[in-house]
Design a protein around this ligand. Structure first.
Ligand SMILES: C[S@@+](CC[C@H](N)C(=O)[O-])C[C@H]1O[C@@H](n2cnc3c(N)ncnc32)[C@H](O)[C@@H]1O
Length: 201
């Protein structure tokens, strides 16, 4: 699939809280349904806008804010509020390799990242590795069509296309939630019986 990385020069745009009007963290948090999560991993955290919000919503959790762009990770280190700095951990990753332990995450979150993945299958396979059995993945990304703003149409995928990749990689209980005005919103689960990554389409 074609993909396109975020232009670092536009970094400040990610901090615009008016984004919450159409990417409501409360909706995503409710759909993820992991209020007791102790380990949350956000892949493609950018400036950490959502990672910080989830850390506030889950005061018992450590939140690992993962990104491939050194400038983003540096920004998060330099700007995370002191009150959350002990629980929000910026992490520099490779495109499909995250330096975090296997089977430790209760919840993985990927917001506006699917259309940037160079190898979506490999990235989701890595997320499957990070999750505990029973752990949840939440994906939100721009729908194809006239949404106002967002990435070029050519890099956008439908909820069905994203779900098909998740299924192929080995996620279970894949559900699409029609709750966001501009984005597909998908949850999936790592289950013992289908989390092998051996299924292919
Ligand atoms: C459009 S920004 C979204 C940032 C954040 N999720 C938000 O919505 O505010 C996408 C981010 O994903 C990062 N990214 C792209 N591919 C990635 C990958 N394979 N693994 C981790 N991060 C990635 C980019 O560097 C960028 O910071």
């Amino acid at each position: 699939m074609p993909h396109e990385k975020f232009d670092i020069a536009k970094l400040e745009r990610l901090n615009d809280v008016s984004r919450f009007e159409y990417l409501d963290p409360d909706i995503m948090w409710a759909v993820a349904a992991r209020p007791d999560a102790r380990t949350i991993v956000e892949i493609g955290a950018g400036t950490g806008l959502f990672a910080l919000r989830f850390a506030e919503m889950a005061p018992q959790a450590d939140v690992y804010a993962v990104d491939v762009a050194p400038a983003m990770v540096r920004w998060m280190f330099e700007h995370r509020p002191a009150a959350l700095s002990g629980r929000v951990h910026p992490i520099l990753a490779d495109e499909t390799k995250v330096p975090l332990p296997t089977g430790d995450a209760d919840l993985a979150v990927m917001i506006n990242v699917h259309h940037e993945l160079a190898d979506a299958r490999a990235s989701y396979h890595e997320v499957l590795r990070l999750l505990k059995i029973g752990g949840t993945l939440l994906v939100a990304d721009w729908r194809p069509g006239d949404t106002g703003g967002g990435p070029p149409q050519v890099v956008r995928a439908t909820a069905e296309q994203i779900s098909a990749i998740l299924s192929a990689v080995g996620f279970c209980e894949i559900e699409s939630h029609d709750l966001l005005p501009r984005h597909s919103l998908i949850t999936a689960r790592k289950a013992a019986v289908c989390g092998t990554g051996l299924v292919s389409t």
